[in-house]
Each structure stands twice: as C-alpha cells, then as structure tokens.
Design a protein around this ligand. Structure first.
Ligand SMILES: Cc1ncc(COP(=O)(O)O)c(C=O)c1O
Length: 369
C-alpha cells in the first residue's frame, strides 16, 4: 500500500494545464472591446433575454431531461429528440464523451492546433492525448489516420477549428470516418457551423444519422450569444446518447438556460442577422489586415488568426501589448503552439475599425506608450 502523505490525483490530472479563458480587461483603459473569446457582437436574441427574465420558481429543480429544449432543437434540425443530450456548454459534453469512452491505456487523437479542451478531456479521463500534425494550419485527415492504433478510442475534430478558423470539406470528414475502425468514436465539434458559408462544408448531421460511431456537438455560446448561460447539445446514435446520459449530472441544465435556449433556437431572424454581420466583417477584416503586411489565415468562422513577424517590436506579444493599450483585447494563442499569432474575434463595426487602425499604427512602428 502506498503511504503517500496526502491525497494524490490520478496521474493524468497533474499533466493538465488548466484552460485559461480570454482576457476581458485592460489596465488603465476606460473602454474595452473584448475580442478574445469568439462571442457575438450582436448579443443574444431579445426573446431569449425575455425568457430568462420570465423564469420563476427557482426553488424547483429543473427538468433533468431537458425535454422541451431537446424538442425545440430536434424540430429545428429534423432530429430525433431521444438522440440529443444537452450539457452545460458543449465543453461539458466533450468531457462526458471522453469519460464514457476513454480510460487508462486508451488514446485520443486531435489535430496539432485543435481546441484545447480535447487534451484536457482525454487526460482527465485517464487517457493519453495523441496529436496529429496539421498542414497549413488545417486538419490533415491522413495525419490523423496515421496515428490510429488499437488503443485509439476517440478522435476529436473541430470543424471549423478554433483557433485557426480553417475547415475541412465534408468529403474529407467522410474520408476520415471511413478510415477509422468502427469502435472509435468520432466527435464532430461544430461550435461555429452556423457561420460557415462554403458549398463543400457540412456540419455532419448526415454522418451522425447513418453511422454508429459519430457524435456531433453544438453550442448556444457562439452565434446564439448565450455563452454566459452555458448551453450545449450533442446528437448521437442512441447507444452513445444513452451512455452519456448515464454519467451526466441529473440536473446538468438549469431552468433559465433552457428557457433561453428554446426562445433562441426559434428566433431564426436573429441568427440570420448574425450570419450576415459576420460575412461582411470577416471579409473586410481579412482584406484590411492582410493589406498591412500581416498574414491572415483564411477563416470561415467568427474569428481570424493573424500571424506576426518574428522581429523585435513586431511580434504577436508586442502587438498584444499595443492593442491592449488601446482597449482592444485579442487572444494570445501560445498554448495552442501558435506563439507568433493572435486570434481576433469579429466584433461590431466600431471595434473592427479600431483594430485595423491600431494594427496599421503598430506596423508603422507607432507607439502609444
Ligand atoms: C471549437 C470549440 N468547441 C467547443 C467550445 C465550447 O463552447 P461552449 O462550452 O461554450 O459550448 C468552443 C468555445 O470556445 C470552441 O471554440
């Protein structure tokens, strides 16, 4: 018997670097534009806000099965509500899927600059994270397939990916699925799906409906503007939904969140407005920032990755300090293995124009110090 002096967490736990959220304040600056967490500048549907205000009976436990929310989502996407599971953000579901399918000795694969929560979820479940190289900051299906071993239990794919903003066409997703052994769970994380305007993109509902090993996760945090309420959902084959339902907390969704989610999913006009805003400003930002001599990775989501020169005074770290001084908060992405880049969320018009102006001054060598 071990005689450790104090409780020790399981081995994987201490290998985790805790997730660090985007900053939301800048010292000494009155007006701050937070462009660091891919939140929508349009806010939530007013109908969702009203639904939260109208929730009462906070003394009562919420519906532990999230029945009405699942039905509202199912109606919108033409799905079977029994195959939907809701969670406190899609983060919770990503972890629950890992807990259900990964254990010590098992491996989980994700791509080189893939969303950080995958590594955390795999390690927390006791498994071993396996990283597949990307090509040009894009998921490389062959690199993922080359990493598959008999110990592989799960593959996480963010499509589009955060923080790169790149995507792979649905044909490539299908090729990935076809190359995986049938016991491996393929998780399609489509947190930014609503923003994508590409004919060869599909979030992958068709694959979830026809395969026994594909799960899709979605969120109300991005285009629906409800990040604060923590609402995510997944759709899966019945046996995977059942496994996740067994291990989730019995009341993992709260009443105000569910009420807001139902109202939000029914407000299609609000989503359409957000898509239109993003289309316009993503293109504008890409063009304007690219014209300053900075490298912008083509994005299909509501954020973009800007790569800075590796020269003193011009680095991503310098740019971050310069922009913060003007109240413009972007995201450092060193933790994603991208120390030379910053991630910028598409903001409202004022913020977008201020960012371009600030980057122009930064590249001219201007100083606000
Ligand atoms: C790719 C991706 N997946 C999932 C999430 C989690 O979102 P939430 O837990 O708010 O649903 C995020 C949020 O940043 C994300 O970028």
């Amino acid at each position: 018997m071990s005689m450790s002096a104090r409780p020790e967490p399981r081995p994987g736990v201490m290998k985790i670097d805790a997730y660090v959220p985007g900053k939301s304040a800048a010292a000494g600056v009155a007006k701050v534009h937070k462009l660091s967490s891919n939140e929508t500048p349009l806010g939530p549907s007013p109908k969702a806000v009203e639904a939260v205000r109208n929730t009462d009976h906070l003394e009562l436990y919420p519906d532990g099965s999230a029945t009405r929310l699942r039905e509202a989502i199912a109606a919108k996407y033409g799905l079977d509500p029994s195959r939907i599971v809701c969670g406190a953000g899609s983060d919770e579901l990503l972890s629950l899927i890992a807990y259900a399918y990964v254990g010590p000795g098992d491996e989980g694969i994700f791509s080189q600059h893939g969303f950080l929560v995958y590594r955390i979820a795999i390690l927390a479940a006791g498994g071993t994270p396996v990283v597949a190289e990307e090509k040009n900051h894009r998921t490389d299906v062959d690199a993922i397939l080359a990493k598959v071993t008999e110990r592989t239990k799960i593959v996480f794919l963010a499509n589009p990916n955060n923080p790169t903003g790149t995507y792979i066409p649905f044909d490539e997703v299908k090729r990935l699925h076809a190359g995986l052994p049938s016991h491996v769970v393929l998780v399609l994380d489509a947190a930014y799906a609503e923003y994508v305007r590409r004919n060869d993109y599909e979030a992958g509902l068709e694959l979830v409906a026809t395969a026994e090993n594909v799960v899709m996760t979605r969120t109300f945090s991005k285009i629906y503007g409800l990040a604060s309420l923590r609402i995510g959902w997944m759709v899966a084959p019945a046996h995977i939904a059942e496994a996740v339902n067994r291990i989730r907390g019995p009341f993992n969704m709260n009443g105000p969140a569910m009420a807001a989610g139902i109202a939000a999913v029914q407000d299609e006009a609000h989503v359409a407005k957000a898509v239109e805003h993003n289309e316009q400003w993503l293109e504008w930002l890409t063009k304007e920032i690219g014209s300053l001599g900075l490298t912008v990775t083509p994005s299909v989501a509501n954020f973009l990755m800007i790569t800075f020169p590796d020269e003193p005074g011009r680095t991503a770290k310098d740019a971050d300090a310069f922009l913060s001084g003007r109240g413009l908060i972007l995201r450092r992405i060193d933790a994603y293995g991208l120390p030379h880049a910053l991630r910028l969320t598409v903001g409202g018009e004022e913020a977008n124009r201020l960012v371009v102006e600030a980057l122009r001054d930064f590249m001219k060598g201007g100083s606000d110090a």
